[in-house]
Design a protein around this ligand. Structure first.
Ligand code: WTA
Length: 647
């Protein structure tokens, strides 16, 4: 059987999956032949997980933007590539056809060239969700510069850390942005960051909300003036720079279990092939579909399934600047009706939040254009799944529960919409080419449904999720520190990529992700490392020590619970808590603010000084009856005190 690009039946899925595992090189070689290469590759895969070395499509040269733009501008130039919906309901929307997007990307690539940018230079992008953000990203890719997008909610300190880690030469930002009824002072925050960043030579500023900002002579310039100059010169095209398959395409920072965020590096060819393949198969994309991914481009979901996946498929990608609850909780549904959205891809946290507003708001919404629904970012609870299925999908739209990570580049485990079975709260089956494996703490592989290892009834097995064979869009390195990549992902279990997630598997081979097993929280689908957050809190003058744990939160999935030892007797708790929140907002961003703060006089520690988070987690969950053995603690009495003072 020759391999179909889009899988059309369950039998076909099983057949394709089998072939992809038996002969991965043939499989991915065939898939990759569907793209535009400047020079064909000579070797599909070269790898070992020990270093790790992961090289796909070696010898090949390409530019991802030719695959996302040129080939569609040639064949369907008037198809909308991007549709943009403003935060403000009154503001006109914007539609950019493939030809228009190509031209604007080329013009901005010329701007970058005029600023002295060359292949391999790093560029930090800190922008609101406007079409220019996608244009900036694609222009970087066009010229071969490596983009590092920083989410607009991160603080000056977080930006500075990211810029310095990658020695970015240029920054692209905006005066400010809108989110609901708030205005976000992006340029001011960026200016505060740049005080610490010597590598940055130029800053390009998009005028979005006209808030007062300072423009530094010689360093800062306006986006529209730069582009105007290029247009004046009559430039409408910029030849895409030839990239080696393994040349880095972008860096995206993500939190881990140690203090400092890691710069996850993705490659040019593998990332393109895999995001395209998964976009087309998971969502069962059909030509003409309007795809609405509600993520922010500051996260991996936006990179892969607003920009690169959909555009490389010639799809129409809808980009929304605002938030789901403004001006009211019907905003997503209004957008679906306004643009006749066919595929809606969002996060469980958004579903739960919208659920809490009830179904009255849905009464005058049509939603009949919807064909496929998706979720990503965290486990979806059954209640939210059913609400989504019934009220939004009207029981006719399959829901794809897509499991993946910043490091995986694209979706690894998910049902294929309407093709493979959906099971509420299960991500279900691996994508072709993906070989998941469950392992015990000690590395022992958990086979099939071996009941002797099962910790749960009905032969469901549980373990840590790892992947045993490379796939094209996997992480290549952590920027500037390859050893960190090795120790974080490839040293826990020999010859396996370790995901950091816990997972169940049923007898049919369906996977259900249960959440992180490392010290990383998943708050509203955003990863927050507890060590990073503790460092931020501990830097506040009043704080002696702190410990962060997660607890179940109705909307956010996980909430942040902070136990804090604070200087001095009789502190004003309210003030102290506010100061701590302000410190976290300044050092990381408002997304990392604790939901609960409890001041304590001591933390439960082992005799070797290790904080017993297990106990703190139980207390935060309200499960104080089952704290387990606390006799090994240095001072068991602190536990009693903490339990008594829970607020
Ligand atoms: C979690 C987001 C359950 C998981 C694309 C993973 C999920 C982390 C799912 C990655 C899902 C993501 N079901 N959990 N469908 N999708 N996760 O890097 O813990 O922001 O490790 O990538 O989110 O988060 P990241």
């Amino acid at each position: 059987m020759s391999i179909p690009y889009q899988i059309k039946s369950l039998e076909q899925y099983h057949e394709v999956y089998k072939q992809s595992i038996e002969n991965p090189e043939k499989f991915w070689g065939d898939i990759a032949s569907n793209f535009r290469w400047k020079k064909p590759f000579d070797q599909v895969l070269d790898w070992n997980f020990a270093e790790p070395k992961i090289e796909w499509f070696k010898g090949g040269q390409l530019n991802i933007t030719e695959n996302c733009l040129d080939r569609w501008a040639e064949t369907q130039s008037d198809t909308p590539a991007l549709i943009w919906e403003s935060n403000d309901v009154q503001e006109a929307n914007r539609v950019l056809t493939y030809q228009e997007l190509l031209t604007q990307v080329c013009q901005f690539a010329q701007v970058l060239k005029n600023k002295g940018i060359q292949k391999g230079d790093r560029i930090c992008i800190y922008m609101p969700m406007v079409p220019e953000l996608a244009i900036a990203i694609l222009a970087c890719a066009r010229i071969g510069a490596i983009h590092s997008v920083v989410f607009g909610g991160f603080s000056a300190q977080s930006i500075a850390d990211r810029i310095n880690d990658a020695s970015c030469k240029l920054v692209i930002t905006a005066d400010g942005g809108y989110r609901g009824n708030k205005e976000i002072p992006l340029k001011n925050v960026m200016d505060e960051a740049l005080v610490q960043c010597d590598s940055v030579q130029k800053v390009i500023v998009l005028a979005r909300n006209n808030m007062p900002i300072s423009m530094l002579k010689g360093r800062d310039s306006w986006w529209h003036e730069e582009v105007h100059q290029v247009i004046e010169q009559g430039i409408t095209f910029f030849e895409a720079v030839a990239m080696d398959a393994e040349d880095p395409l972008f860096i995206l920072y993500t939190s881990g279990s140690t203090g400092k965020p890691k710069g996850v590096v993705h490659s040019s060819a593998g990332y393109m092939v895999y995001t395209n393949y998964t976009f087309i198969n998971v969502f069962q994309y059909q030509a003409g579909d309007i795809h609405f991914c509600t993520a922010d481009i500051g996260w991996i979901t936006g990179h892969s399934y607003i920009v690169y996946g959909p555009l490389s498929a010639g799809a129409t990608s809808l980009m929304f600047e605002g938030i789901p609850t403004w001006p009211d909780a019907g905003r997503f549904w209004d957008i679906v009706d306004k643009y006749k959205v066919n595929i809606l891809y969002t996060a469980p946290t958004a579903i739960r939040s919208l659920m809490s507003f009830g179904t009255e708001i849905l009464r005058d919404k049509d939603l009949s254009s919807l064909k496929v629904l998706g979720t990503v970012g965290e486990p979806i609870n059954e209640e939210a799944w059913h609400w989504y299925h019934t009220n939004i999908g009207k029981e006719k739209c399959p829901i794809v529960d897509t499991w993946w990570q910043t490091e995986t580049g694209g979706i690894l485990i998910s049902n294929l919409a309407g093709i493979t079975p959906q099971i509420p709260s299960y991500a279900t089956l691996p994508m072709p080419g993906i070989q998941p494996i469950l392992v015990q703490e000690n590395g022992q592989v958990i086979e099939g449904s071996d009941a002797s290892l099962a910790t749960l009834p009905s032969e469901i097995v549980s373990g840590n999720l790892a992947i045993k064979f490379p796939w094209p869009s996997m992480i290549r390195t952590t920027y500037g520190d390859h050893e960190r990549c090795r120790t974080t992902y490839f040293s826990m279990y020999k010859n396996l990529y370790f995901t950091g997630d816990g997972c169940l598997r049923d007898t049919e081979g369906n996977y259900r992700i249960t959440g992180r097993v490392d010290d990383v929280l998943n708050v509203s689908g955003h990863r927050i490392g507890t060590a990073e957050l503790e460092n931020a809190i501990n830097s506040h003058t009043g704080v002696i020590e702190s410990a962060i744990v997660g607890y179940p939160h109705e909307i956010k999935g996980q909430g942040i619970y902070a136990y804090i030892i604070y200087h001095g007797e009789g502190i004003d708790k309210k003030n102290a808590a506010q100061d701590i929140q302000a410190t976290v907002t300044r050092l990381i961003g408002a997304i990392a603010k604790p939901d609960k703060i409890q001041f304590v006089s001591g933390l439960p520690k082992t005799r070797s000084g290790k904080i017993m988070r297990r106990i703190l987690r139980k207390i935060a969950e309200g499960d104080t009856e089952n704290l387990g053995d606390i006799s090994t603690l240095l001072d068991p009495s602190v536990v009693e005190e903490i339990v008594q003072n829970v607020e």
